[in-house]
Design a protein around this ligand. Sequence first.
Ligand code: C2E
Ligand code: MG
Ligand code: MG
Ligand code: MG
Length: 285
Amino acid sequence: RAKSAGGNRFELADEEADARAITRHGLTTALPTALERGEFFIEYQPLVHLGDGSVRGAEALVRWLHPQHGVLGPDRFIPLAEHTGLIVPLGRWVLEESVRQARVWRERHSDTGPMRINVNLSPCQLSHPGLVQDTVEILERTGVRPDALCLEVTESALIGADDDLLKPLRRLAEMGVDIALDDFGTGYSNLANLRRLPVSVLKLDRSFTQSMQQFPADPVDLKIVEGIVTLAHSLDLTVTVEGVETGAQAEQLRILGCDTAQGWYYARPGPPDRLHELALVDATA
Ligand code: C2E
Ligand code: MG
Ligand code: MG
Ligand code: MG
């Protein structure tokens, strides 16, 4: 675009780049105080069983209520927090806060079965030596069982991971914590590699869900998803699909054998009480 527009567009592009850099710098320096001041909050998005439509749990998604910029999504600040190391205390806060929330749901919905909580882990948290200890302490403090917790790690974070990096995940998996491979299918998925990883859930990336949008869906994509699901199930893994926006997608993915779904079709990420409502509607339906 800048190319065809001539000289002053370049200046404009420069100014925009400057403005972005200033914001980035400003956000980076504001991160530690933001954590102290309680400017972060968590939205929860329900995880729905494709077979019977019941709410089985939720994924915790962090947001920052910035005093000047309003609500910022994780893509705006997680990379900065990773860069500065703040991701470790921030991630610990997200874990404790959302596990606490799972405990509240469980108390209020003992009749709707176990409510599970999914929490995203960044690669920096994986290589931080306190991960296992912090998780154990949080579970003990909140009285939540390890098998109600699922930690999501992206496929790219585990690409070429050596044993040192996998060790804490193995420890957690042995305790009963589920490990999910997030955004599966976007990286250099080496399917054989799956056997080496202590994962029990595959989260199929949104790009697959998107290709189920057209009718009829791309036959090659259908085959790929079918193949992934078959392989996953034969390895005793559960398959969750991300980004389900329409009923048609949900139906297609259910037919292909996916187990759980998440997406705007069911609910956008929202405050914890929304999940109470969704689960209650579900229980009385
Ligand atoms: P993710 O873990 O893959 O989370 C799913 C993202 O897809 C979320 O974006 C969610 O809001 C969005 N989404 C859900 N349903 C739909 C849908 O139907 N259509 C579309 N178009 N999008 C949908 P969000 O909340 O902006 O989070 C982005 C990423 O930030 C997450 O991707 C995750 O990698 C990261 N993240 C979020 N919270 C945390 C956290 O506490 N710690 C760390 N380390 N990363 C986090
Ligand atoms: Mg995730
Ligand atoms: Mg994901
Ligand atoms: Mg994703």
